[in-house]
Design a protein around this ligand. Structure first.
Ligand code: NAD
Length: 315
């Protein structure tokens, strides 16, 4: 198999995904890249600003890259601070990846979408795959457009672009990068540090979430699936679990009975309120066998065990 390039590898998902790809395909098969140097990576690393298509092309040619994971993006909450700049970055980086890939022999591209593509028009419970998309954020608008471009490049040029609509991703390995579900990572850090947590969402705001291990496994399984199994060419709905801040706090209290949470909703509450509460991922289950493994309690146990180990070695 040819080499794999991960763009935006230094972020919350990229850090974990890059290491997983190295475990599967070998240290020298995977090139990590980001805007800035990333200390965590030991193997091949290249600085790439994905708004610069020439630079992507240089690296793709140099390493004869055959698979690209395009993770670079400005996320939902950060994106609202500069809507036009977010549109520019999210779309330009995607077009650059698609064009460089199609013109330079890249065989497969992974493009992450998000539950942010859904808006007020959808059924909030078990949101179907084929829903009307009226996203409320510029991030969601860019992902909805991006999904359609992914399908367009597959249909028009035969570029094998595959995509998942990730729910909020929760992991101990890395910190989130400015999304609306970031609280669900931060809360575990506060629990393990034994300090109280101020939540930026209301206590009953239920959102779809997924544990990092499941999100990474879904990505790998989607990319390894035979081409004829991939029948959705925009982006697959993906579900792990759904919970509210009050419910995650209750799961944490089973381990830390004195854990305290307060609620101080900010602008992110409005974004969260426009998103589904749970997702119907039956197409992913039927087409390529997707099954999540973690629920709120098993995730909470694993998060706390790993964060405790992390904090005790860093002290
Ligand atoms: P993140 O913000 O943690 O990481 C993004 C990385 O991209 C950062 O390291 C950043 O330096 C890099 N980057 C930004 N602009 C770049 C550019 N112009 N060129 C090169 N690199 C650039 O994001 P994440 O949480 O790891 O998300 C990865 C992808 O998954 C994103 O496309 C995001 O939209 C999607 N996603 C994430 C979640 C989640 O909960 N984390 C949920 C849904 C979708």
């Amino acid at each position: 198999m040819g080499r794999i390039l991960v763009i935006g590898a230094g972020g919350q998902l990229g850090t974990v995904l890059t290491n997983r790809l190295k475990e599967i395909y070998g240290e020298h098969q995977v090139i990590a890249s980001d805007l800035r140097p990333i200390k965590a990576f030991t193997g091949l690393f290249e600085l790439i600003d994905a708004t610069d298509s020439g630079r992507i092309e240089e690296v793709v040619k140099q390493y004869e890259v055959e698979e690209v994971y395009h993770l670079a993006a400005i996320l939902s909450a950060n994106g609202e601070k500069n809507p036009l700049g977010t549109w520019e970055i999210n779309m330009k980086t995607l077009f650059n990846v698609l064009e460089v890939s199609r013109l330079n022999g890249v065989k497969k591209v992974f493009y992450p979408s998000s539950i942010a593509v859904f808006g007020s028009e959808v059924e909030q419970q078990n949101t179907p795959q084929a829903s009307f998309l009226n996203p409320s954020t510029v991030y969601g608008i860019s992902k909805a457009a991006g999904e359609n471009w992914a399908q367009y490049y597959f249909q028009k040029y035969g570029l094998d672009v595959r995509s998942l609509r990730y729910p909020g991703v929760i992991g101990y390995q890395s910190l989130p990068g400015g999304g609306t579900t970031d609280y669900a990572v931060d809360i575990y850090h506060k629990a393990v540090e034994e300090v109280s947590f101020s939540c930026f969402l209301e206590k009953d705001t239920t959102l779809p979430m997924i544990y990092m291990d499941d999100a990474i496994r879904a990505t790998v399984e989607l990319m390894q699936a035979p081409i004829e199994s991939i029948k959705t060419r925009t982006s697959y709905n993906l579900a792990g679990m759904s919970f509210s801040p009050e419910e995650i706090a209750a799961a944490i209290k089973k381990i830390y009975p004195n854990f305290r949470i307060t609620y101080e909703p900010d602008f992110r509450q409005q974004i969260a309120a426009s998103w589904p509460q749970s997702i119907d991922d039956s197409r992913a289950r039927d087409d390529w066998g997707w099954r999540p493994e973690y629920d709120l309690n098993t995730m909470t146990e694993d998060m706390i065990k790993n964060l405790k180990a992390k904090y005790s070695t860093s002290n």
